[in-house]
Design a protein around this ligand. Structure first.
Ligand SMILES: [Fe+2]
Ligand SMILES: [Fe+2]
Length: 350
């Protein structure tokens, strides 16, 4: 944090920016844009990261676990064997097998999806929403496949089903707030990839949805360790990612990628999840940079919460991969803001 930055971050609700060096142009532009957005409050449809963060802080106070009392932990073994880890929904095994076969047809994937009525209904609701902006009603999965393509539909189905399958279990993370953050990162990633003409927008949506999945899962299988890591992060004003690694030997990117690999999900997805905090280390740095930048923007916007209290710093490598000047950043924030609540309501109708 710079001295100029300290003066500008006095309000408790802006504490999330405290780890950012505001002399870095990307950070400064982002901070300024969020301040402008906050001033025109009419444009803000949500800024509810506080809900998830309050839940986390209340838990830390209530549980107050000692670091010394922690038992040894073999997180990789737990992630692969703990009965609390959900298995990949059957329908996804089927669909992903079809998708990975180069000879498969759009008809085959549409047939597999159509057999699951609840899934088909959720899917058609999303495809018919303003999020896609089609001018006419798409009333069957077959039509949806022919319009948005098999790869896109496959990614969308995976995203929708995994959110549903993984939404139970954690008592240490505010699950709804967690998914709102994930949906926000998915939408921003999708928009950013489209803006930079990277193709396959749903692949980025899915990567955004799943980028922090390792955190939801570790907080389920190793709740004490997760709580101690979160307490240390809060106490030291450190990122939770760093303290996860210190306490559990793995950060949530590594944990998430382990799980995705175990479920045989695509390599590019695994890379985006594994390196969303260090895209320069990925073998697909441009892909990982999309999720990295989107995550930072979602944190700055304070949409939902994955348990991270502070806006993470940008990795310079990401800015080399994806050009995101202030005007583009403003566009990304403005456009995604409109879509986030809408898409959240498909996943969590109430
Ligand atoms: Fe993360
Ligand atoms: Fe995140």
């Amino acid at each position: 944090m710079t001295s100029s930055g300290t003066n500008r971050i006095e309000e408790p609700s802006l504490l999330r920016f405290i780890r950012l060096d505001l002399d870095v142009p990307f950070h400064r532009d982002l901070f300024d844009l969020i301040m402008e957005r906050n001033l025109s409050r009419a444009g803000i449809r949500y800024a509810d990261g506080g809900e998830g963060k309050q839940f986390l802080r209340a838990n830390l106070k209530r549980l107050d676990l000692s670091e010394e009392a922690l038992p040894a932990l073999d997180l990789p073994a737990l992630l692969l064997n703990d009965p609390k880890i959900p298995t990949l929904p059957e329908v996804l095994y089927k669909i992903n097998t079809i998708l990975s076969d180069p000879n498969s047809s759009a008809y085959e994937i549409a047939s597999a999806v159509s057999l699951d009525h609840a899934l088909s209904a959720r899917l058609l609701k999303i495809v018919n929403s303003p999020f896609y902006g089609f001018s006419h009603q798409i009333d069957t999965v077959f039509k949806a496949v022919s319009i948005i393509g098999t790869t896109q539909l496959g990614a969308l189905v995976n995203g929708v089903e995994l959110v549903r399958a993984l939404s139970k279990g954690s008592t240490r993370i505010h699950v709804r707030s967690f998914w709102k953050h994930a949906i926000a990162v998915g939408i921003i990633s999708r928009f950013l990839a489209t803006l930079r003409r990277m193709g396959d927008p749903e692949r980025y949506f899915m990567a955004g949805l799943l980028h922090d999945i390792g955190r939801l899962i570790t907080s389920t299988v190793a709740p004490m360790h997760f709580t101690v890591a979160a307490a240390r992060a809060e106490r030291q004003q450190e990122t939770l990612r760093r303290t996860e690694k210190e306490i559990m030997g793995m950060d949530h990117g590594e944990a998430g990628a382990l799980l995705l690999g175990h479920w045989k999900l695509p390599f590019s997805l695994e890379q985006m999840v594994l390196f969303h905090h260090a895209p320069g280390r990925s073998s697909l740095p441009r892909d990982a940079s999309v999720v990295h930048l989107s995550d930072i923007i979602a944190h700055a916007m304070d949409v939902g919460s994955s348990g991270e209290l502070f806006v993470p710093s940008v990795d310079g490598a990401a800015l080399g991969e994806i050009d995101l000047p202030r005007e583009a950043m403003a566009l990304v924030i403005g456009e995604s803001e409109i879509q986030i609540n809408e898409v959240s309501s498909f996943f969590f109708p109430d």
